[in-house]
Design a protein around this ligand. Structure first.
Ligand SMILES: [Zn+2]
Length: 114
């Protein structure tokens, strides 16, 4: 497994309705164990970065670092997420809708939406 970045954000358990923090791994931009939160800007450094700086809108493949269960009640949660990045700003994260979308990209890390 190569290098990746981490998005740290809160989600709410659909069963017990308690919010808790999750860490979601993704590969986009400069990929070097960097921590991000929603609203922060993707960094770019070299031509080996993943993706193209300033792309209008992409969705990035995200996968949870820890077991996909609620830490409060143990209810199963989503493991894979779509991370929306617009012009290098991380806008949102939601449970993955179409995993097959990511099979079209060479590396399977992200999909250009516009
Ligand atoms: Zn719960």
């Amino acid at each position: 497994m190569g290098a990746y970045n981490i998005l740290i954000t809160d989600i709410t358990c659909s069963y017990c309705n308690t919010s808790h923090e999750v860490k979601v791994q993704f590969k986009y931009g400069l990929t070097w164990q960097l921590d991000f939160r929603i609203g922060e800007r993707i960094q770019w450094e070299t031509r080996y970065d993943i993706g193209t700086p300033g792309t209008e809108k992409v969705k990035v493949y995200g996968i949870r670092e820890s077991d996909p269960v609620c830490p409060h009640c143990g209810h199963p949660e989503d493991e894979e997420y779509d991370i929306i990045v617009e012009k290098d700003i991380i806008k949102s994260m939601s449970p993955m809708k179409n995993p097959q979308d990511y099979l079209n990209d060479d590396e399977g890390c992200f999909v250009i939406i516009s």
